[in-house]
Design a protein around this ligand. Structure first.
Ligand SMILES: Nc1ncnc2c1ncn2[C@@H]1O[C@H](COP(=O)(O)OP(=O)(O)OP(=O)(O)O)[C@@H](O)[C@H]1O
Length: 236
């Protein structure tokens, strides 16, 4: 569902992304770990069509992003690190607003309630103003917005940052449920422990390159961390 083929991004002499080959299938969660500047956000931005590649290509459900960025984006759900919401709207009104913005017929309120419940927002929160939502509730609402397009491919940028352990656990469980439903999820994170819980595969990036792909089912978080640190040391 998500694919990059020899994807490169250069800024002058600076290589932000170097020949990335990556595939995320339906039902799969892939987490990308990497130090600051490793190329993680560049990867997401190329898949979103926010950046043009220097060479190679990015595909969303076989649509080449650079050829048809609108069609590719229509197939993508994106959860940015900081979800921008209107504080005076309720969760339900927020979904109505984004549904209207999309230009597609707005789903009935029952369906919007179902989407909010699907991401774990309790019914009594649906009508409450977003201003009173916790960070975890905002992330869940952000995911509901992403899902309300019907997208099966999801990009998550630091989805767990700033969440307390309970909220982080809930979000991890939600991402696993979405994968079980057939979504393909690519998540960027610095959280090795949560990546181990959430991912089917963990990619380690360094200086624009994917230097390792780990199976978190076969490793403990401590073993993943040790390998990660080893890769970081290689640079120094
Ligand atoms: N507009 C730009 N002009 C020049 N260099 C850039 C630009 N955007 C990104 N870069 C460089 O590309 C490289 C990859 O950046 P990127 O933001 O993808 O890293 P990252 O892995 O997401 O880091 P972080 O964990 O800090 O978010 C970095 O060296 C960065 O300085």
């Amino acid at each position: 569902m998500l694919e990059t083929r020899a994807l490169c991004k250069r800024y002058g002499d600076q290589i932000a992304l170097d020949a990335l080959d990556l595939k995320v299938d339906s039902g799969e969660v892939v987490c990308l770990l990497g130090a600051n500047g490793a190329g993680k956000t560049t990867t997401l931005n190329l898949l979103l069509g926010f950046l043009a590649p220097t060479s190679g290509e990015a595909r969303v459900e076989e649509v080449v992003v650079q050829s048809d960025p609108q069609a590719a984006r229509a197939r993508l759900g994106y959860l940015p690190e900081v979800v921008q919401l209107y504080p005076l709207l309720s969760g339900l009104e927020t979904l109505r607003y984004f549904a209207d913005l999309s230009g597609r017929p707005r789903p009935a309120d029952d369906e919007l309630h179902r989407m909010l419940s699907q991401v774990g927002l309790q019914r009594d929160a649906h009508g409450r103003r977003v201003a009173g939502y916790s960070k975890g509730m905002r992330q869940k609402l952000g995911l509901a917005i992403a899902l309300s397009k019907g997208a099966r491919a999801l990009l998550l940028d630091e989805p767990l940052s700033g969440l307390d352990p309970k909220a982080a656990n809930e979000l991890v469980a939600l991402v696993r449920r979405l994968a079980a439903d057939g979504h393909a999820v690519l998540a960027v994170t610095h959280d090795i422990f949560r990546a181990q819980q959430m991912a089917d595969r963990i990619g380690i990036m360094r200086q624009g390159r994917l230097v390792d792909m780990l199976d978190p089912r076969a490793m403990s978080a401590a073993e993943i961390e040790a390998l990660y640190v080893h890769h970081l040391r290689d640079v120094a």
